[in-house]
Design a protein around this ligand. Structure first.
Ligand code: AMP
Ligand code: GLY
Length: 433
């Protein structure tokens, strides 16, 4: 082993993990990358290990045995389970917020109370642990009204209700029928916000921070933002309509006070803070906090990041982010998610995927894997709802989108579905301002 070269463990197995791994692999300081559990794409740049992202004892055991020098905990659930605390307790180096800090994402009730306490702009809300009281409150609430499961719910615990009956039904399903298990013991009822929805990310070492360019995800399965909510069907960054003035306002009114608040709570936030916002007529308001990189935002972000990601991660862990230069390419990036037919509901796995090599012949294109697996005889097969993220860069967003959709046209698998309007809204919003 060469001096100072690192073994890295990336926890997770989706498109975000492939994208971060791809960027990490470009660092001169890498000896080897492990992914737990990874996918067929990560297997091409490192070694997949058959350990689930939530099996913290097994991950810890593996990291010790293999002499892993740095672990990147990327998905929400291991963070909520306290992977960072466990690794630190064992003297291992890990990137991500502690369990306490990750409550910004893992408990919407905590996050909303935190926002109220520190004067962060968000939708007006009330928290309930009793179904009857929640239903009583709904009777006098304006419509539409939003009912949210407090705990983690795979992005499915949010009900936007147009009528009182729908809202009462949501409370019944969450609190009485317990469709989200224990996550639904507590709910948040809040006002509906209107305006463009955007994703903000910031690296944080607990004290210093650095914002990424703004991004936009497309969460609904269908074109024109119709159909059920998904994990995310595509992203673009930066957003032409988020001016440096708006970004500054977001920094000053949201990111900075949130990080200061977390320090005051003795819970300083190290990692990536990702608030989801709506740009309302009264300014940016927080929909939710995430305590990690977004997926599929990260697939676009990794195409734009010009600095060595390991230098940034080290600075976040060591508290030296203020002394670290972070450069983003002056280009646009986009990612179009290719999903299995039927996703986010029932879908089949095991369909043969073709065309990736052809698509990647254009050097502006990179295809990140999510739900993929190699069969025993070496065929690439679908193995999840979101299968691939086709990313492209360009001098502007229109260019990047054209390149990505040309690449999408070369890839196929039975039942493949994707949105044909990724980025369209960003271009329209821009042209209208
Ligand atoms: P969340 O998991 O809180 O981000 O909610 C999922 C999606 O529901 C968000 O991406 C928004 O599109 C929508 N949403 C959540 N809360 C609100 C709200 N208060 N007003 C309008 N849309 C909302
Ligand atoms: N982009 C959606 C998420 O990561 O939660």
């Amino acid at each position: 082993m060469e001096e100072n070269k690192l073994k890295i463990l990336i926890v997770g197995g989706g498109g975000r993990e492939h994208a971060v791994g791809w960027k990490v692999a470009q660092s001169q300081r890498i000896e080897k990358i492990f992914f737990a559990p990874g996918n067929a794409g990560t297997a091409e740049i490192g070694e997949n290990i058959p350990v689930s992202a939530t099996d913290i004892p097994a991950l810890l055991e593996f990291a010790k045995r293999e002499g892993v020098g740095l672990t990147l905990a990327l998905p929400d659930d291991p963070l909520a389970l306290g992977i960072v605390d466990e690794f630190k307790r064992a003297g291992l180096r890990i990137f991500g917020p502690t369990q306490y800090a990750a409550r910004l994402e893992s408990s919407k009730a905590f996050a909303k109370s935190f926002m109220e306490k520190y004067g962060l702009p968000t939708a007006k809300f009330k928290i309930f642990t009793d179904a009857d009281k929640a239903k009583e409150h709904l009777k006098s609430h304006s419509l539409p009204v939003v009912v949210k499961v407090s705990g983690l719910a795979l992005g499915k615990g949010v009900f936007i209700c147009q009528t009182l009956e729908e809202a009462e039904d949501a409370v019944e399903r969450i609190m009485v029928e317990k469709q989200f298990g224990e996550s639904g013991n507590e709910i948040v009822i809040e006002e509906f916000l209107t305006g463009p929805e955007i994703s903000i990310h910031a690296f944080s070492d607990g004290e210093h921070y650095s914002l990424f360019p703004a991004a936009q995800d497309h969460k609904r399965a269908g074109e024109g933002d119709t159909g059920p909510n998904t994990g995310g069907m595509g992203t673009v960054a930066p957003l032409p309509f988020v001016t440096s003035k708006i970004l500054k306002e977001i920094e000053v009114r949201i990111v900075r006070p949130a990080l200061v608040g977390m320090r005051v709570e003795n819970s300083s936030f190290q990692g990536v803070l990702y608030p989801g916002l709506i740009l309302t007529e009264d300014g940016p308001k927080i929909l939710e906090f995430n305590a990690r990189f977004g997926d599929p935002e990260t697939q676009s972000y990794m195409r734009l990041l010009d600095s060595d990601i390991l230098d940034i991660i080290d600075a976040c862990i060591d508290g030296t982010l203020d002394k670290t230069e972070i450069n983003w390419k002056k280009e646009s990036a986009c990612t179009v998610v290719l999903a299995s037919g039927g996703y986010p509901d029932k879908y089949e796995k095991g369909k043969v995927i073709s065309g990736i090599e052809e698509a990647e012949k254009d050097e502006r294109v990179k295809v990140f894997h999510a739900g993929t697996i190699k069969s025993g005889d070496g065929k690439l097969l679908t193995n999840g709802g979101r299968v691939l993220g086709v990313s492209a860069t360009g001098a502007n967003l229109e260019d990047a989108l054209k390149t990505a959709y040309d690449a999408v046209g070369k890839i196929s698998f039975e039942g493949m579905q994707y949105r044909r309007d990724i980025g369209k809204k960003s271009l329209l919003t821009f042209n209208n301002t």
